[in-house]
Design a protein around this ligand. Structure first.
Ligand SMILES: [Zn+2]
Ligand SMILES: [Zn+2]
Length: 451
């Protein structure tokens, strides 16, 4: 094992990721010949769709009716024309199956259920998770899906009065985001006894565990249906939507990881991995009072972004292929002891034993980068854990509290840190496939879709 990326399969950390290999060259060729999905079991009231009474027992695939649609006509119009049926549809990018080209399909324009809302999408992120989805590496994904879990947009319509978590009314035209997790029950053993809401078996996530047959429940779409119970969160005045998207899902994940690591004033923190989660974790570690934040990752442009955002020193995996040299680099900066806390955000299992070697005795090690099963790693229980008196913690997803607090910190610190620099490129909806390929090839830190 020379470097994490060489054997690691995680696109977020692979300096030599398989680039666009595996992506068909006809990524967007189907864009203008896709079909219409006429609703599904989750259709909102008022939606006109020929769904039989037994629809809930019909498989998702049975509900997809493909009809020819000519998109250029819709896009050329500056204003919708009410008398024509096309105005009742919106466009969304659909991942129909792993490795399949991203298609543009038309959907019935979503209408809000009571307690729900509809957003006019402003921006939606393309992140490593979407690459995993496209590679079919996440279990239980109900393809076809509309990807895009963290998004922002303007409130187009609400299903009755809605308030934010502070009790303030949500108004039409307001710029909002939403916590992409919903369905967490608050009633099961995990929610009530273990108080581990991110492990609630009923938990669902926009753009990941929502099928396109249920409605427009992903951000790579002109509009997004906000289900009743989904928490809308106004973007505070002065928060640049592009800066928010630069943080994206890394905001909540990074804050959660730092919280788990119990970073204290004066700590030395090592972050393994320089993807969006690693970058956000490093930023929040510094805010938590770390005296020194060190990052090990690749490629070089990501490490440059890290230094611009306050990481004290970075080590490029390409320059330091031997794990022993990377461990020595950390020890040389910690008087030979190792770091107080190490946060793993690489996606490569081999980073874990390596990171444990970077940890001081009685330090804290947090694993947040193993979002998919990329294989096993061997640790030495005596040397890595027992004798080291180490605390090792996993970190799965994030809760509303992490998302909310991360946005408050973004508002406070964005002028100084500039999260916007994490957004390398914007893509229109019908180039979503290109955005995904760029993300897989690590050409971008983060891409966004602007439908
Ligand atoms: Zn639950
Ligand atoms: Zn994401």
């Amino acid at each position: 094992m020379k470097t994490w990326p060489r054997k690691g399969r995680d696109a977020r950390t692979s300096a030599r990721a398989p680039s666009a290999r595996g992506y068909p060259t006809t990524l967007t060729r189907t864009a203008h010949s896709a079909g219409v999905v006429l609703g599904g079991a989750g259709s909102a009231p008022g939606r006109v769709a020929p769904i039989p009474a037994h629809a809930s027992r019909v498989r998702a695939a049975d509900l997809v009716i493909v009809m020819p649609v000519i998109f250029p006509d819709v896009r050329a119009r500056s204003k919708p024309v009410q008398s024509e049926p096309m105005t009742d549809t919106i466009r969304a990018a659909v991942m129909s199956a792993p490795r399949a080209p991203i298609e543009i399909r038309a959907f019935p324009a979503p209408r809000p259920a009571p307690g729900g809302a509809v957003l006019q999408t402003l921006l939606s992120e393309v992140c490593g998770t979407d690459v995993h989805l496209h590679h079919g590496r996440l279990a239980g994904v109900p393809y076809p899906i509309i990807p895009g879990h963290v998004s922002c947009g303007r409130v187009l319509e609400t299903g009755g009065a809605l308030n934010d978590v502070e009790g303030q009314p949500i108004t039409t035209g307001q710029l909002v985001t939403f916590y992409d997790v919903f369905g967490t029950c608050g009633a099961c053993w995990h929610c009530l006894v273990a108080r581990a809401a991110t492990r609630c078996p009923h938990r669902r996530v926009y753009g990941i565990t929502t099928s396109a047959s249920e409605g427009v429940l992903g951000g790579w779409a002109e509009r997004i249906e906000i289900r009743p119970g989904v928490r809308l969160l106004p973007l505070p005045d002065g928060v640049d939507p592009l800066a928010f998207m630069g943080g994206g899902c890394g905001l909540g994940t990074g804050l959660h990881a730092v919280e788990r690591a119990q970073v204290a004033l004066g700590d030395t923190v090592v972050v393994q991995g320089s993807g969006p989660v690693g970058l956000n974790a490093a930023v929040f570690a510094a805010m938590s009072g770390a005296a020194s934040v060190l990052m090990i990752g690749a490629p070089a442009p990501r490490l440059a972004v890290a230094r611009e955002m306050g990481v004290d020193e970075t080590l490029d995996l390409a320059d330091t292929p031997a794990p022993a040299d990377r461990i020595a680099w950390v020890r040389a900066r910690t008087a030979g002891r190792g770091a107080d806390a190490v946060i793993e955000a690489t996606g490569n299992p081999q980073a874990v034993p390596e990171g444990l070697e970077m940890l001081r005795d009685a330090g804290r090690y947090v694993i947040v980068g193993q979002y998919t099963d990329a294989g096993d790693a061997t640790i030495n229980p005596h040397r890595h854990l027992n004798r080291r008196h180490a605390t090792v913690l996993g970190c799965w997803g994030y809760e509303f509290t992490h998302f909310h607090r991360a946005i408050a910190l973004l508002r406070r610190h964005d002028r100084r840190l500039g999260w916007r620099r994490l957004v390398s490129r914007e893509y229109p909806l019908d180039r979503a496939g290109e955005a995904l390929a760029a993300m897989a090839a690590l050409e971008v830190v983060k891409a966004v879709i602007r439908p």
